[in-house]
Design a binder for this molecule. Structure first.
Ligand code: FES
Length: 139
């Protein structure tokens, strides 16, 4: 099956066509680290205004944080390195399939970062989510 057809079936054609849209697709306006490094100490997300709907995600400081379910407990979120372990492309969250997707070559990762589909062979680094006073941080 052609990649383009496969992506269309997943409804991800637009994501594959525009890696740069990932930051703008998030509702936070947070930025992507250009260096490919992740800095969990700099992540601070106000849940009063961000990640309010299931499926929302942001990429900030090299970390992708997605809301998996309603509620404001750490279990309602996933926090992973935003950079695909294949060649470093920024990934996105696909709520309809509850997985993280790399538009470059189609790797897929679970919400804990494990590889579901290659070519990536290594898992994404998973971060621990903390929530205090509706502020989400990671470590
Ligand atoms: S860079 Fe992600 S699959 Fe190749």
């Amino acid at each position: 099956m052609e990649r383009r057809v496969f992506l269309h079936m997943l409804g991800l054609g637009a994501a594959a066509a525009c890696i740069g849209c990932l930051a703008s697709c998030s509702k936070s306006g947070n930025t992507v680290s250009p260096s490919g490094n992740s800095d969990p100490s700099a992540v601070s997300i106000d849940l009063n205004s961000q990640l309010q709907q299931v499926g929302d995600y942001v990429v900030t400081n090299g970390i992708i944080i997605a809301r998996l379910s309603s509620g404001n407990t750490p279990a309602d979120f996933a926090a992973l390195s935003a950079f695909c372990t294949h060649q470093g492309t920024v990934i996105s969250y696909v709520a309809s399939q509850d997985l993280f997707y790399c538009p470059a070559h189609g790797s897929e990762f679970s919400t804990t970062g494990s590889v579901l589909r290659g070519p990536a062979a290594s898992p994404l680094k998973q971060y621990t989510v903390h929530i205090s006073n509706n502020i989400l941080t990671v470590s």
